[in-house]
Design a protein around this ligand. Structure first.
Ligand code: NI
Length: 195
């Protein structure tokens, strides 16, 4: 039952994000879902909710949807149509609402904390570097400019280098260490070649 629901959710998410070129493509959703499941195992959280919310976490994001409320409503209708309980749907909606960095929310449920950590882990490390420049390019941002602050390189200092400290779970903190070190190495080399 749960496996069948997850495969329907995967299909739904694939349709929504298949042609995204801003670093929020279907593979991002899949990585976040897999990471959320892995952390949920270590932290003894609800695996199904973590995996499902991981797949769905970017639905209704204001950067990606022109009508975020409609996207969330449509998702609710879809989840209901695959026989998810109203309790599960409410839980997933709450996780999605709190996931974003810009809102600065710390979810109160463990499952929400885990999905937020998983999304943040996908924003750092080698994949984080790639996603940052993809997002910058798609939004007409420069790679770097010594006097401008709206660049992709600046995004490392504004957000990405802070994420390690903001991880909610011990499991995510541990995974973040290596990815954080890689970004520091990357930036060091970047400025070595720039100067
Ligand atoms: Ni995301």
């Amino acid at each position: 039952m749960k496996e069948k629901q997850l495969s329907r959710i995967r299909e739904y998410v694939r349709q929504l994000f298949h042609d995204d070129a801003t670093g929020h493509d279907f593979f991002h959703m899949e990585r976040v879902a897999n990471m959320a499941k892995q952390i949920a195992e270590a932290e003894k959280a609800n695996l199904f909710i973590c995996e499902a919310a991981g797949l769905l976490h970017d639905i209704g994001d204001q950067k990606l949807f022109s009508n975020p409320n409609k996207a969330i409503d449509d998702m609710g209708i879809f989840l209901n149509s695959i026989s998810m309980s109203s309790k599960e749907i409410a839980c997933i909606k709450r996780i999605i609402k709190d996931v974003s960095f810009s809102k600065g929310e710390i979810p109160d449920q463990l499952e929400g904390k885990i999905v937020q950590d998983s999304d943040r882990l996908d924003a750092i490390g080698a994949i984080g570097v790639a996603r940052t420049f993809a997002y910058g390019g798609a939004n007409n941002q420069m790679i770097h400019h010594p006097e401008l602050t709206s660049t992709s390189i600046q995004h490392f200092y504004d957000k990405l280098l802070k994420l390690k400290q903001l991880m909610n779970t011990d499991t995510a903190k541990e995974i973040a260490e290596e990815r954080h070190r890689f970004m520091e190495t990357y930036l060091k080399q970047f400025f070595h070649e720039w100067n």
